[in-house]
Design a binder for this molecule. Structure first.
Ligand code: SF4
Ligand code: FE
Length: 522
């Protein structure tokens, strides 16, 4: 097997990766080109800034061990139990369990656990390859199923690489001054294709075993060379990773455990640069079918925008931190404090409610894969672009100014000023001062530090920035239908309009209440 398309099945031998520890071991000794602070990183697993992100992914394995019904499923490809992040959802219950698993993992890690992009890409590609084959008489679906089966056999982590760097946002890919600003095919051989380009903000890319590259937007006939979907091992020749830094990230290199806020878990994003990276034919799942790029992006975002219920799990941690500091400060009985916790909870549950509703309202595609309701998925993600900021604001309100003015861990530990801080950072007499410092640092971490990347700004831009959801909501808001509803009740309609409305109302409710799949969202 050539080095260019080696199968990483050797990583875990013949049995699948099942525990967090096995997963961490599977990441050791890989030949990766990773840059951080201008230097090549030799060992990502033991790097103090990178390890917390690996620990977060490891939790996805350990949770599946502890709660198999929640975080695993039976693979139709191997007949064995497989991690839910690799499972193709075939009913609403599968989609709902994804969401419940995501909330739980947000609670356990307080950060981004990085596996949802791969899960959502798998689910979207399952139906899109099926429908592409129907139209174009291609064989992508079989090849894709073989790939999914292989990942089940080994228990791999999959990264979904969608977001191109995009250059001039007003121009389509083929009109860019530099064609590499969108990933594209540069060369073809009888064995496969070579691709060049760069994907930005790649969540968990280094912590994955395989990356699936996909187009990032609707494409036209002249963008054919950009219509490429394929899988490559993370260590494929020609890939360079440039690690993204996060606010306060170097605190993890200071050696302490307080100032980092959340010492164990963190997220990961990197820029992934592809320079003539080879994708063998067996791992190509779209090549030139530009007319299916929009379907892939829309289906992927339909899954991914309700995957953001992960933030309700992270929100649970922040609400808990805010309630804890109120206890430590002796103010937990004040009615305005309780009311702020109620407001935080209301907003947090609103995120969860719309995400889980999108899953319950899902429907079967021709391939059998279940697709969430697009409108509700977009509403969920749109909430996520706003509500964590308000929840974060209220957490800082409850924390008080000390959250940003507290002296360092080194001062707290020093013989000279440590005792002074111990005395003057005290809250309630029966509360350990260090505990008070620790919870304040966690609030700082989640609203200003490393995990604010995931909880706030990533909530804004991940799975598409707010405007992307507003466009989808606008497309599906049926305002003409709603105008007719109002006009009918105001006595403005004629008989023809009335019948049309009744048919649409029947169709809409049939969809909403699952009486048939013929609902109206036109
Ligand atoms: Fe999953 Fe949330 Fe991280 Fe996206 S931000 S990968 S949905 S945990
Ligand atoms: Fe994300």
């Amino acid at each position: 097997m050539s080095q260019q398309h080696k199968d990483t099945s050797s990583i875990s031998g013949s049995s699948p990766i099942q525990t967090g520890e096995q997963y961490i071991d599977s990441l050791r000794g890989r030949d990766l080109t990773v840059y951080l602070f201008g230097e090549k990183v030799e060992d990502i697993v033991e790097h103090p800034m990178i390890r917390p992100s690996i620990n977060a992914v490891a939790q996805t394995f350990d949770l599946a061990q502890r709660e198999p019904e929640l975080a695993s499923a039976i693979s139709p490809f191997t007949g064995e139990r497989v991690n839910r992040f690799l499972h193709i959802a075939t009913d609403a219950e599968d989609l709902v369990r994804q969401n419940k698993m995501q909330r739980k993992l947000g609670q356990l890690t307080g950060t981004c656990f990085q596996r949802c992009v791969g899960m959502d890409a798998f689910n979207a590609l399952y139906s899109v390859t099926y429908e592409m084959d129907q139209t174009h008489e291609t064989d992508y679906h079989q090849k894709f199923k073989a790939f999914v089966g292989m990942t089940h056999k080994h228990g791999y982590v999959i990264g979904g690489a969608m977001t191109d760097v995009k250059g001039d946002r007003s121009l389509p890919p083929h009109q860019q001054a530099d064609p590499d600003l969108y990933l594209h095919v540069t060369k073809r051989t009888a064995d496969g294709v070579y691709v060049t380009g760069a994907k930005a903000h790649q969540t968990g890319c280094l912590n994955s075993h395989w990356l699936v590259v996909m187009p990032t937007l609707r494409l036209g006939p002249e963008d054919k060379e950009f219509a490429i979907v394929g899988a490559v091992p993370v260590e494929a020749k020609g890939i360079t990773y440039i690690y993204g830094r996060q606010s306060c990230d170097t605190r993890s290199m200071e050696g302490g455990s307080i100032d980092v806020g959340n010492a164990r878990y963190g997220g990961q994003e990197a820029m992934v640069i592809f320079e003539d990276v080879f994708i063998p034919n067996q791992y190509i799942f779209m090549d030139g079918e530009y007319d299916f790029a929009a379907m892939l992006v829309e289906r992927f975002t339909s899954y991914h925008r309700r995957s953001y219920v992960c933030k309700s799990g992270v929100g649970d941690v922040l609400i808990g931190a805010a309630a804890t500091i109120a206890d430590y400060n002796g103010v937990s009985k004040a009615s305005h404090i309780r009311d702020k916790l109620v407001e935080m909870t209301h907003q947090n549950e609103t995120i969860y409610a719309t995400g889980i509703a999108a899953s319950y309202q899902g429907f079967a595609t021709e391939s059998g894969a279940f697709l969430p309701d697009d409108m509700l998925a977009n509403v969920c993600k749109h909430h996520v672009t706003k509500m964590p900021y308000e929840i974060g604001r209220l957490a800082q309100d409850l924390a008080g100014g000390m959250v940003v003015t507290m002296p360092s861990e080194q001062d707290y530990r020093s013989n000279e000023v440590g005792p002074l801080l111990e005395k003057y950072l005290k809250g309630k007499a029966d509360v350990n001062t260090e505990d008070r410092v620790r919870i304040l640092r966690l609030i700082e971490n989640m609203t200003l530090g490393r995990n604010a990347v995931g909880y706030l700004t990533e909530s804004m831009h991940g799975a598409g920035s707010p405007q992307a959801q507003r466009i989808q909501i606008m497309r599906q808001m049926q305002v003409d239908y709603k105008k007719k509803l109002a006009q009918a009740l105001a006595g403005i309609e004629n008989e023809e309009t009335r019948l049309e409305i009744m048919a649409k109302v029947d169709g809409y409710f049939a969809r909403v209440f699952k009486l048939s799949d013929q609902g109206d969202r036109s």
